[in-house]
Design a protein around this ligand. Structure first.
Ligand code: AHR
Length: 493
């Protein structure tokens, strides 16, 4: 059995891991909101129609921030349709996903949900078919003290206290021709600049996220980001990145090497933001906000709602290898703690989600467990690591070590995440730190057949188990099975 050594040094920090990289995303899309988090007809609904069984499951993910209401949806959304007495909210045709939108869930319901679960709300404004002024008005509705028009409207709707929404996205995927109101970079930059200025004039404490490229495959990748950042200057606190991946040709060795290209995407956008900051002689810079990421390749198809209410769209089912890839995204964000400050798993329920519902039933997908195993160990400083051990060359993503990892120093503790990407070989892993390891505080492992999934009838087929394989003698050594994720917290001497 090949031996791998992970060498870590507490004096080689990358940066404090931002808790906001453990975020999620809820869009008015398919059964994400309606029959997902909000279902007044469910036996699990509270007085506000929020499904308590779903909320309980989502709470376990320990997410910190949730983006809303889209996604592509937001580029046709007018927020005033979703506030006020429900009887007078309009039912509208939704064009991004070709569905019917009753608007019975809107801003107030979203903020209530965030408060129940303990999430910070993060709102994306409509810069597709909406105006910069409409975006400004939404900031007033959410964040201004009473005494002016929209703040008073919020009070009339039941919330005298401002919602205090801290982070606002300036539209969604505006570089994509599929986006309602898509325009070239220079035109988007003007719209976003106008909106950001008025939004910040209304509440100077908010932070804004400019739309970066919606993927590294886009023909305008980086050029779009450069133009937008240059024009927005200090009005952009963050720039967004999006990425959806999958095992389209059934090549698992290749798929599990995808972290190379996630790292590369982050490093390219980071370089672009640094370039613009240098050129502008700016003292600050835009941070990276990876506000949509996940595995998504099976349940594709845009606009498939056929004009119905809550159609079953994008209901991707996940297996173990997808869970390992979800862990790889999070490990990449941790390794890039010096520039990635926010990230949102897209999405939460039913729509490419870690939680699935059917009537009043619910189950947790494989990716739920990978996310939870890392997110419950979210505090600390990311550490640079050197990996000595076997490697392989993947077809698309180049050479990778069989071990993918991230590590964090949290006071007298260290969190170590390890994926053995080998499809058939155990890995003897030794973790060496400059400070001796005293003991294992807790450790868990996610391991099953590569293509196993959970389901309503087999909800725990893939679920984490306690891991007692570490032998600690200053360093720590364990045998990790092939295609597995291990998450460990060590106490240090
Ligand atoms: O998350 C699903 C969709 O993916 C979002 O609406 C859009 O922003 C992206 O293309």
């Amino acid at each position: 059995m090949a031996r791998t050594t992970l060498v870590l040094h507490t004096r080689f920090p990358i940066g404090e891991v931002s808790p906001l990289i453990f975020g999620g995303f809820l869009e008015h899309l398919g059964r994400s909101i309606y029959t997902g988090v909000y279902d007044p007809d469910s036996a699990h609904a509270d007085g506000d129609g929020l499904r308590q069984d779903v909320i309980e499951a989502l709470r376990e993910l320990e997410m910190t921030i949730v983006r809303y209401p889209g996604g592509n949806f937001v580029s046709g959304y007018h927020w005033r349709d979703g506030v006020g007495p429900k009887e007078s909210r309009p039912t509208v045709r939704e064009l991004a996903w070709q569905s019917i939108e009753p608007n019975t869930f809107g801003t107030d319901e979203f903020v209530k949900l965030c408060r129940q679960v303990g999430w910070q709300p993060m709102i994306a404004v409509n810069l597709g078919t909406g105006s910069p002024e409409e975006a400004r008005d939404w900031v007033e509705y959410c964040n201004a003290p009473i005494g002016t028009r929209y703040a008073d409207e919020r009070a009339t709707n039941g919330s005298a206290e401002p919602f205090g929404v801290p982070i606002w996205c300036l539209g969604n995927e505006m570089d994509g021709p599929w986006q309602l109101g898509h325009v070239p970079a220079d035109q988007y930059a003007i719209r976003a600049q106008q909106a950001a200025k008025m939004m910040k004039d209304c509440d100077a404490s908010i932070a804004t996220v400019a739309c970066g490229s919606s993927g590294s495959q886009m023909p305008t990748f980086l050029e779009w980001d450069r133009q937008v950042l240059e024009h927005l200057g200090d009005l952009a606190d963050y720039v967004s990145l999006h990425r959806y991946v999958g095992n389209r040709d059934g090549n698992s060795a290749d798929y599990l090497a995808i972290s190379n290209s996630i790292d590369k995407q982050i490093e390219a956008v980071d370089a672009c933001t640094r370039l613009v900051a240098e050129q502008r002689r700016a003292s600050g810079r835009a941070w990276l906000c990876f506000d949509e990421w996940n595995v998504w390749y099976r349940a594709r198809g845009q606009g498939g709602g056929r004009g119905t209410f809550a159609p079953p769209l994008l209901e991707e089912r996940y297996n173990l290898e997808d869970a390992l890839v979800v862990a790889m995204f999070l490990m990449s964000f941790i390794r890039h703690a010096d520039c990635v400050k926010i990230a949102n798993l897209a999405q939460l329920v039913n729509v490419i989600g870690p939680v699935m519902t059917r009537g009043d039933e619910l189950f947790k997908q494989t990716i739920f467990h990978a996310f939870r195993m890392i997110s419950r160990r979210k505090t600390g400083v990311s550490l640079r690591g050197a990996v000595l051990g076997p490697r392989y060359t993947s077809e698309r993503y180049g050479e990778v070590a069989c071990l993918d990892h991230a590590a964090m120093l949290d006071g007298d503790r260290a969190h170590v995440f390890a994926v053995n990407r080998s499809l058939d070989e155990d890995m003897r892993l030794s973790v060496e730190l400059d400070r001796p390891i005293a003991k294992v505080v807790d450790a868990e492992i996610l391991h099953a057949e590569l293509r196993s999934e959970n389901d309503f009838d087999a909800p725990d087929r893939v679920s984490p188990a306690p891991f007692d394989g570490w032998v600690v003698q200053g360093s720590a050594e364990a045998v990790l099975p092939p295609h597995s994720l291990t998450a460990t917290t060590f106490a240090l001497k």
